[in-house]
Design a binder for this molecule. Sequence first.
Ligand code: RAM
Length: 911
Amino acid sequence: MRLEELRIEYQAKPIGLDVRKPRFSWIIASDEKNVLQTAYSILVTKDGETVWNTGRVDSNSSVLVEYQGIELEPCSLYNVLVEVWDNKGNQSCIESYFETGLLKGTNLKADWITHNFEAEEQACPVFVKEFKTEKEIDTVRVYATALGVYEIKINGEKIGDTYFAPGWTNYKKRLQYQTYKADGMLKEDNKIEITIGNGWYKGIFGFMCTPNIYGDRVAALAEIHINYVDGTKEIIGTDESWKVTTGAIRSSEIYMGETIDSCYIEDEVSDVQLFSFDKNIIVGQESEPVRITERLSAKEFIVTPKGERLIDFGQNITGFVEVKVKGTVGQKITIKHAEVLDKDGNFYPETLRQAVSHDVYICNGEEQTFIPHFTFHGFRYICIEGLEEIKLENFTACAMHTHMEQTGSFTCSNPLVNQLQSNIQWSQRDNFLDIPTDCPQRDERLGWTGDAQVFAATAAYNHNVALFFTKWLRDLASEQTKELGVPHVIPNILGAQEGASAWSDAATIIPWVIYQTYGDVRILEDQYESMKGWVDFITSRCGENGLWQTGFQYGDWLALDKEESADRTGATDKYLVANAYYAYSTDIVRKAAKILNKNEDAKIYDELYEKIKIAFNDEYITKTGRMVSETQTGCVVALHFDLAEEKYRERIVSALATNIANHKNHLSTGFVGTPYICHALSDNNLHDLAGTIFLQEDYPSWLYSVKKGATTIWERWNSILPNGDFDVSGMNSLNHYAYGSIGEWMYKRLAGINALEPGYKKILIKPEFIKGINSVSATFKSVHGEIKSAWICKDKCIKVDIEIPANTTAIVYLPEQENPIEIGSGSYHYEYVTETSLEKERFSMDTKLEEIMNEPIAVQIFTQYAPQMLDNPMIKLVYQNTLAEVLSSAPDIQPLFQMVVDTLNKSYKSE
Ligand code: RAM
């Protein structure tokens, strides 16, 4: 047995940790089976002195064990030693450390400084300080923040590898500072430069491209802590002695792009001005920082029909392009960005709306490498102007986002589904840039609560999002009011507006997802008032019937069944949706109350929940079990949120199936129905139908966009129309993760990876086959360690491979087998022969195919018509693996081909 990982507040060896009671988690690995922890001990020391020693504690907890020692001191290094005993008589230990941050914003003694430039000055101010050090230096830490986004250089070199600090928070209530290790960067003569871009604080933002949203002046606050070898310490902080100038960055806006003039000779240097801004609201960095996490090389150089000169990076990303160039002095190079080309192959930046997204570089005659500093773009293509010779190797796309750890992987036998998974993962990375944005490219990039809410469960499979959401949920709570509830975007720059269902429910649903995924009770404690406050807000809006039926709602946003509504809210009764979420949020609050031992509340919200359910049934389901909105989403929420009385369920399930059949086995759902439709079907004995709509390849479906070449998830089912035209509603992003929320169903139902207890302390493995996929392999790195589920169904044989981490147990339902198996940790392989439904279908179809294939002419037909036949889902399903083998040349025999297709279709229908 060995301890593989020791995390402190989810992080390995954090510095600048600003948590007073950090929590420790460790991962146990073992070659033995059925391993459980029986005891642990934790020893925390500072300068060799013990500050916390648990001694041996008989416990199986290995996740988020809270520090209970002497109060932590700021800017101090703590060593941690964890020892673990297991039920097999083994013992093992692991060491790590953490360094505290300032623990209080007011511990920053430096002054806020700003400039006094003319209002029309666009260039980024650079705050400068020169100083000498005389003694031998041990360690150097920099604690810094800004109003705007900043970068610090020490002696010409950037400190840290992060971007967009201090991040986007509700600056009126919360501002993060960052801690940097700057060991070895100081010399005898030193120059510190802090450059500040407008960022979210002062930059142009929102639908109206409004400037100065939080303030009209950027400012800096920083301290350089120099610890000398002789034990003394010196702090160089921002104060009146600093100077300010402008540098090469002549303008920078997140939406608009950046202009760097490397010929620019430093301006005059002027005195800084002191600035006042509340230090009490300053908190330590709460989530992982934004970094460049992948560098993509240029795939192709394209000259478009219009003559534009483009580079294709093959993937829609968020970030920017690094350009290597040797231009002439003053040569101006412009890099324009777009997600897509139009159907004629021309550059199509329309999806950016008013976000100009141009980076402009002015060369100085030498070999140079340009990147922008304070802007990011959503793009796959760039258009280059002002450069004669374009060499692919001089252009690298840098993908950037909050540096979350990847925790999930999913692959299967269907390449289109694999591309879908890739698209979901990319849209998550592209949109988890400090806050969860709706899209990363256009004049929006806002923290839409609804989008984040519907996607959170999928997000938590793909990446560890605990810290990311911890930070954002604090902003959510800080923006919430009793009068208006929870805003639609967080941070809220859209102004005062009452909360809306499915959007504002992020307040309850996301903490619940984090609790379930990581076993994190603290998030429930921290968010409890906010969760409860949201439900109370809804209650305050309810009429006498106990239902919320007034005010603005997004409904089933962008649903296709909009015949009854002129706007974008879909056909499902908006208030039906609102009350379904009211019940769901109340259900979460009552469960949270129980977990937190708030017994009074638990009772209150239990009763409220029951009342809402009754009221919902009275209002939205007739006495004979008919839904008032018999739309897909109407049925889905009644089923998935478990609202419909038992006796009505069957009818609602069949109404859902009928509706789907009326849509030729396609979905018609929007933001609300889409995440749940496949769950609702799978949970109600219609898993096959879930599989059918999931694997549709024509509009509207998930795989439609894949077949249209998407590399990220689109905002609309038809962002690109079948004829190659674009949706022209003025709201058409090709990088919106909301519909990627199907990912949760893929992990849960196709791979079968589920948590039975929070934090996956107890696991359910229950993969279920669908026609069209004959193997799946998925992994999920839980807080207890990696879970694996893989299956393959081939040649009448089913093989299943499962891995269960130490200190957990699992219940396994093998596909097509009746009885569950209980297992402990370890690797398991199962192999069995069964007449599965999938197999039955496969083999009966194979036999029919074989008969047909015995006709020599058939071989030729398949060859000739292979592409058309691939468009027939049934033929493709059965035949995709063998088709390639029989391809050779063939003459045109249309009637016989038709006969083959008809036979196949008929035989499928009669199944
Ligand atoms: C659009 C956003 C987002 C959605 C809102 C209601 O502007 O892109 O996806 O949540 O509308």
